[in-house]
Design a protein around this ligand. Structure first.
Ligand SMILES: Cc1cc2nc3c(=O)[nH]c(=O)nc-3n(C[C@H](O)[C@H](O)[C@H](O)COP(=O)(O)OP(=O)(O)OC[C@H]3O[C@@H](n4cnc5c(N)ncnc54)[C@H](O)[C@@H]3O)c2cc1C
Length: 306
């Protein structure tokens, strides 16, 4: 039985959409910009906007995704708050959304978007997908950064190779540190979450030493506190915390704003949006297959909102 034909496919679309609401900023560029601007107004959250469109099988879908990103990039600078130069929203994108064939086919559309982003001074991060994309993503993002584009990348602490990968990242680059969402085989990845999180803290320290801007992306409050107390003080202006839209961390964020951790760093929400609910529903189904516990997390989030 393939992963695509699991119990997740049996859940009706409207129910998936209901669960998706805390996580997805709507079904248009407009709604994504509104949600991001609203978070900025409410509590000064920065944003990185991401189109949900990974399941690409045709050249037309690639062209559509390129066009959506270009329009998004053009509109960001005009938005109140999230368009200002100092607090401008960035965009995040997944290479698999830009190829219907080989990985290398994704290069040309990605470069086209990166050039567009430079024209509108919008920072861009290339997300990290599963192990098949690691070399492609690191090679391309480092190459573009070294050519002078404001391109950042992501490294996953679950992969054994990451310790070495850190050493090739150029100083000044933005690097998001995550544990990694894709289950990987034991030959190339660690399985202990405790160890993945310990490595997040260690790797953040190493990246700061190397002059890199660290985007520390986790919802684990103990790991965040260790990072803020033990690592960030070395270079707080090169640290940022990132969380996914829809994951409530009210006490932690209040503490961060009040200086409870003894250091001030930026905070950014990852704001996924779709153009049409079909993509959002497909995205949610994939995440639920990868991580069945997510359904429970969504329920808990809804509960915490009350
Ligand atoms: C901004 C951002 C960008 C990311 N980009 C990438 C990427 O490019 N590539 C990649 O492989 N992974 C990416 N991830 C996912 C990341 O790798 C982890 O899978 C994810 O963040 C969950 O791990 P955690 O560190 O929060 O720890 P966990 O131990 O999984 O979670 C810590 C706590 O937060 C809760 N929690 C975690 N996730 C959620 C959720 N979605 N909703 C509600 N509660 C939750 C858990 O229940 C637990 O209590 C990104 C994550 C963030 C926050």
């Amino acid at each position: 039985m393939s992963l695509r034909s699991t119990w997740v496919d049996l859940i009706p679309g409207p129910l998936v959409r209901y669960f998706a609401r805390p996580y997805v900023a709507g079904d248009s560029i407009e709604s994504a910009l509104e949600v991001a601007a609203d978070r900025f107004r409410q509590n000064g959250s920065l944003a990185t906007l991401d189109l949900l469109g990974e399941d690409v099988t045709t050249a037309e879908q690639v062209t559509r995704n390129v066009d959506i990103y270009k329009e998004l990039i053009e509109r960001i600078p005009a938005q109140p708050g999230i368009g200002e130069a100092a607090t401008r929203a960035s965009v995040s994108l997944k290479p698999s959304a830009f190829t219907a064939g080989s990985r290398d086919d994704a290069r040309r559309p990605l470069v086209e978007i990166v050039r567009h982003a430079r024209e509108f001074a919008v920072p861009l991060t290339i997300d990290m997908e599963d192990r098949n994309w690691t070399d492609f993503t690191l090679d391309l993002s480092c190459d573009l950064f070294e050519q002078g584009f404001d391109v950042g990348t992501v490294v996953q602490t679950r992969l054994q190779r990451t310790r070495d990968d850190l050493e090739r990242l150029p100083a000044g680059m933005r690097v998001r540190l995550v544990i990694g969402i894709y289950p990987e085989p034991a030959e190339i990845a660690i399985t202990s979450k405790v160890e993945m999180k310990r490595r997040m803290v260690d790797y953040a320290a190493r990246l700061l030493e190397r002059g890199i801007f660290v985007e520390f992306a986790t919802h684990d409050e103990a790991t965040l506190a260790t990072f803020l107390r033990e690592v960030a003080p070395a270079a707080p202006d090169r640290c940022e915390i990132q969380m996914l839209l829809g994951v409530p961390r009210f006490d932690f964020l209040r503490g961060l704003a009040e200086g409870r951790f003894g250091v001030t760093v930026g905070f950014r929400r990852y704001v996924p949006f779709a153009v049409g609910w079909e993509d959002a529903t497909a995205y949610l189904r994939r995440r639920m297959v990868e991580n069945p516990g997510m359904s429970l997390l969504v329920l808990r989030n809804l509960w915490q909102r009350r």
